[in-house]
Design a binder for this molecule. Structure first.
Ligand code: A2P
Length: 274
């Protein structure tokens, strides 16, 4: 290894595909979000993910898939992450500070994109935990509101504090004048936010899967007849178990799983990094 002189410390590209950390925010002892510079050449569709990471102790890149939480038009890239104390990547990543560098492979992919859904009227985003991230992007994407009359975002977390990133983001979207200019006045009226907790008291308790099965969601939101394949589309991002359970529920409602090459009524992606 070369000795790090002042000159090399500033100029040398310390990491391959390096991007600079701009901002870090810790939400709970298990959750944080951060922003990094966007590579000029990076084009992505809102809802996609990229591989990001750090150099491992062996000097090799240690990378994981992360949904981009910022919209495709944004100058910066935002990510929302869990902190796993013994996790190979997140045990280190949680300590990044503005000015640090991370590795970002500029090859976006993913199924939570508008192209993977057939046209519809009402779009459901179903998230648990950090599965909120791709929807943080899609909620700021003009096409979401051009394509749908109504956008329902459900977010289930264990505790109230874990909802905070999503709650604040939706609040800021509702007040954002730039977005209103970009998307059209009144766009935010289409957003319906349905947060639930499972292990701490909050206004709406329970797993979203149970609340869908017993009809509580539809009663609360005033939706007659539940989810219908003619009008409703859904994107899902959560743990494997959650994805499995909600897939069965959506299929019971008559929706079929789609893909980029074969758009249908719903799409699913695992929330990455455990
Ligand atoms: P629960 O507390 O009942 O397990 P986690 O932090 O483990 O990723 O979970 C995030 C949220 O997702 C929790 O509120 C958890 O509820 C919920 N959850 C986990 N598995 C499922 C599932 N199979 N169906 C619905 N919700 C789930």
């Amino acid at each position: 290894m070369k000795p790090v002189t002042e000159a090399t410390a500033v100029k040398a590209p310390v990491l391959p595909d390096a991007q600079t950390v701009l901002e870090v925010k810790h939400w709970t002892d298990r959750l944080f979000s951060f922003k990094v510079t966007r590579p000029q050449s990076l084009r992505f569709r809102s809802g996609e993910f990229v591989m990001i990471g750090l150099l491992g102790d062996n000097g090799k890149p240690l990378l994981r898939a992360y949904s981009i939480a910022s919209p495709s038009w944004d100058e910066e890239l935002e990510f929302y992450s869990i902190k796993v104390q013994d996790g190979p990547l997140t045990s280190k990543l949680q300590h990044i500070q503005p000015g640090d560098q991370i590795i970002l492979r500029p090859k976006p992919v993913g199924t939570l994109v508008h192209d993977a859904l057939l046209p519809g009227k009402r779009l459901w985003f179903f998230a648990t935990g950090t599965g909120f991230a791709p929807f943080a992007s899609l909620l700021r994407e003009p096409q979401t509101y051009e394509d749908y009359d109504e956008v329902i975002i459900t977010h289930t977390c264990r505790e109230v504090a874990e909802l905070e990133y999503g709650r604040q983001l939706i609040e800021s979207i509702r007040k954002d004048e730039l977005l209103a200019e970009l998307i059209g006045e009144g766009f935010a009226d289409k957003i319906r936010y349905y947060p639930t907790t499972t292990r701490e008291q909050s206004p709406k308790m329970g797993r979203i899967t149970d609340l869908l099965k017993d009809g509580t969601v539809f009663k609360d939101l005033g939706i007659e007849g539940g989810i219908k394949p003619e009008t409703d589309r859904a994107m899902v991002c959560g743990s494997l178990a959650f994805n499995h359970d909600i897939k069965a529920i959506l299929e019971d409602f008559g929706l079929r799983e789609g893909a980029n090459s074969d758009p249908k009524e719903f799409v699913i992606e695992k929330a990455f990094v455990g």
